[in-house]
Ligand binder design. Sequence first.
Ligand code: ZN
Length: 264
Amino acid sequence: MHFPWPFQDWHRELVRQPFPEEWLPFVTDRMWQFSLLNADEAERLRGDLRIFMAEKNWEGALGFDVTDEVKVTISARASMLTVAFPKHDYFPNVQTIIVYPAAYTAPGASVYGSVVSSEPEARLGEAHGDGPIILSWSDIIADSEHRGHGQNLALHEFAHKLDFRDGDANGVPFLRDRKEVDEWAAVMSAEYADFVEHVAHSRKSIIRAYGAENPAEFFAVCTECFFEKPKELRAQKPELYKTLLDYYGIDWAERLLQVNPSHL
Ligand SMILES: [Zn+2]
């Protein structure tokens, strides 16, 4: 086996062990993108998710039982975001993942800059800058069962964590160099301004209106769209799509076309 990035010994040992067969459906049946990965990417995803799953603290809220099924399903989503990164470190700013059985209510308003939540009252999920990721299990399952709706709660919250990596929830994740930062700023600022205007006029968009809240939410909902509705996003927002493609590294729209060329 070839390891293109530095592994700690225990990571190497963990990945060497056969992937538990009973876990596979939680990856293949719940994340359609998995079937579009090439063999190397699929192998990396299986390895990454095992390391992620083993490294994090998992807590169930309201008595929810965090089984291997729950851990594998969530770890697979986190690992899908980073599967094509040249190198990554398994979300070091995520120590704990708290899972609720369903949507929950949390006191206090969300504080932009340190906490971002998907909904202010009945919440589906949250990502705290230095704290946990909180997720509603029933909504993660709903995302799997309603592929067409273009939403993905787990990808949304973990995208916030990528955004937090450079210290701010500002819609700019940790980028490789100055050139990438400049390109990102130029494209995303213009797209965000355009989108806010669009939403203000109640026009429909492939991107969820919630993205107009602030640049951090814009990045998170665009990430959902990039993974869940890539062909539509590429057709309607080619520059935005290209910027996310440069960052995430897999051309999902192109992969879908390769599988079914008639679906233009
Ligand atoms: Zn959010």
